[in-house]
Design a protein around this ligand. Structure first.
Ligand code: ADP
Ligand code: MG
Length: 567
């Protein structure tokens, strides 16, 4: 039926494709053509294929729990990514003609909208470029795509036996273990775990795959920090446990400090089997904070770190169109605490020096009254004791931190050693003359209320909220720069953030706190699925979204140049 319709419109104007929108029964699945593009260059058409579980045969135990379902959907998606390349652009024509595409995941396993598994069916959402010559419909080629190639692709990639029982069971073991380690962290008051044998370095600055060439040193836990975790399926996984509190990672330049911290940053997500960091698991509310000079800050209480600015600038409601290194780092921390961060990850490479440390000599020369900044070293303990927020710090340059650290790990030729006792001994012998400047309390974290119309997607007569790559969103008339969010890992997360901001635009009513509004949204997503944030809503699938953390969504909102906070 579809085939005949396509052949009938062969040679007609492109608009004739609009007629094929609808639902088509194939022997083993149903094809839904949800949205038909306006011309061969426009964003591609959106289709779904849905196979009943009677035929697809995925077992309930693999998807009845959400965390397992996410891992199964991810595995099915990867099968499609693998197979679809053989079918993409088999037919040719103008513009996007012949394109066949599914959302392509990276090393992380994230909740996504590309594949949906329920007890009734399994569904894959795709984009296709309906073929044309100029603006004339290539109906026969479209028939080849949708009525010959697609059925083959579905047969090769959708039924359970094609994904493979072994692969699925392996995936279930992986995700069960990752979850077990996350539970272990909570139960044992720890913030991170790094498995013995883990491969932390990446292939290159632009590839997130594991380094495989040259001498790769697998991770080996220091004996004093090593634990064995009994995971489900009768295995034991050993590795380094980082307890809550203040942990320093020290060591010479180029010895692997930043690489370890980067693995910990990514450990808030689960990774695929072959990643090398698949059993590097971090507190999922851990946030990497860095200096980000030039960013906008809107009425953030940064007074725990910054006070008495020259000319009487306010720091309990600090705003800036162009924050400095230290104030931006302070704002990044305070904004993260506002939305529930429980571990801070900080690397000296990306920190403002004057935010991290002020030594004894400098304290003598520039007295406290003349220095607005209370350095992080003087607040890190209060932050933990008062707010329960841990810190992991990479620091090769300042031994003053020995005094405040609970655990000190030294990287030496890519191997970690625990040197806490040695460092504390050194601190006792080589006393320094710096004075603690932080007072006995950390200070307040202020919950802010965003004003209605804080973000406005209108651009002329239209509304626009589009992700451009991983680190940029065009929102209405403004460009939103997300380079400071180092744990944003997937373009589909960025797309989701743009859509979530559209949803929140209507909910920021000038009365609820940011945290409150975000919690409501995440509850809704938990109940209704990630589809609910898409502007397409029902009818047209949003097959290219992945869930960002609340911390990154808040981070995006905080960086918006039009944001307005209630006074
Ligand atoms: P640091 O922060 O201590 O200066 P980096 O973490 O930046 O050092 O690492 C320096 C280089 O060493 C990087 O190119 C990184 O890819 C590589 N590297 C890190 N860890 C390992 C490892 N375990 N095995 C091999 N190479 C590594
Ligand atoms: Mg470094």
């Amino acid at each position: 039926m579809l085939e005949q319709s396509l052949i009938r419109i062969d040679g007609k104007g492109y608009k004739a494709y609009k007629d094929i929108q609808g639902e088509y029964a194939f022997p083993d699945y149903t094809l839904y053509i949800d949205y038909v593009q306006g011309d061969p260059f426009a964003s591609p058409s959106r289709i779904r294929v849905r196979m009943e579980q009677k035929k697809a045969r995925y077992q309930l135990e693999w998807f009845k729990d959400d965390y397992r379902r996410v891992a199964l959907e991810d595995l099915i998606l990867r099968k499609w990514v693998d197979k679809i390349k053989h079918y993409a652009f088999r037919v040719h024509g103008t513009g996007k003609s012949g394109m066949m595409m599914v959302d392509t995941p990276g090393q992380e396993i994230l909740p996504r909208t590309a594949v949906v598994v329920t007890s009734e069916y399994v569904e894959v959402r795709m984009s296709v470029g309906l073929p044309a010559q100029g603006r004339r419909v290539l109906g026969r080629k479209a028939a080849q795509m949708l009525c010959q190639d697609l059925p083959q692709l579905v047969a090769e990639a959708l039924p359970m036996e094609k994904v493979g029982l072994n692969a699925i069971e392996k995936r279930m073991r992986l995700i069960d273990n990752q979850r077990a380690i996350r539970h272990y962290l909570k139960k044992h008051h720890a913030v991170a775990f790094v498995q013995d044998g883990a491969i932390l370095p990446r292939a290159s600055g632009i590839s997130d795959r594991p380094l495989s060439e040259g001498n790769v040193v697998p991770f080996v836990s220091p004996e004093t920090m090593c634990v064995e975790i009994n995971v489900p399926h009768g295995e034991v996984i050993s590795g380094m446990l980082i307890p809550r509190g203040i942990t320093l990672i020290v060591g010479g330049g180029y010895h692997g400090k930043s690489t370890l911290l980067r693995a910990l940053e990514r450990g808030v997500y689960d990774h695929v089997e072959s990643d090398g960091r698949h059993y590097v698991i971090t507190d999922d509310h851990a946030i990497k904070v860095r200096a980000e000079d030039g960013r906008r800050v809107e009425k953030v209480n940064i007074s725990p770190f910054i006070n008495n600015l020259p000319l009487g600038g306010e720091t309990t409601r600090f705003s800036s169109e162009d924050a400095s290194g230290s104030t931006s780092q302070a704002a990044n921390i305070m904004e993260s605490l506002e939305v529930g961060a429980s571990t801070l990850l900080i690397d000296e490479d990306t920190s403002a020096t004057n935010f991290m440390i002020r030594d004894g000599r400098m304290q003598e020369l520039v007295t406290k009254g003349k220095e607005p900044i209370t350095p992080f070293i003087d607040k890190v303990k209060q932050l933990f004791e008062e707010k329960g927020v841990s810190s992991i710090l990479v620091l090769g340059g300042s031994g003053d931190y020995f005094d405040v650290a609970d655990h000190i790990i030294m990287m030496d030729e890519y191997r970690p050693y625990e040197v806490t006792k040695k460092a504390k001994d050194i601190a006792r012998i080589h006393t320094h003359n710096r004075k603690a400047e932080g007072g006995s309390f950390f200070g307040d974290v202020t919950a802010r209320v965003m004003m209605a119309h804080s973000f406005d997607a209108r651009k002329g007569k239209k509304e626009k909220a589009d992700a451009k790559g991983l680190h940029q969103i065009i929102y209405g008339n403004t460009e939103l720069d997300l380079l400071g969010l180092e744990q944003l890992v997937d373009r589909s997360q960025t797309r989701a953030i743009a859509d979530m901001m559209r949803v929140l635009e209507k909910r920021m009513d000038g009365s609820k706190t940011l945290m409150h509004v975000l919690e409501e949204l995440y509850k809704q997503i938990e109940n209704e699925g990630l589809d609910c944030i898409s502007p397409y809503q029902r009818g047209v699938h949003p097959g290219d979204l992945a869930l960002p953390r609340m911390l990154e969504l808040a981070g995006a909102i905080n960086r918006l140049r039009t944001l307005k906070v209630r006074v």
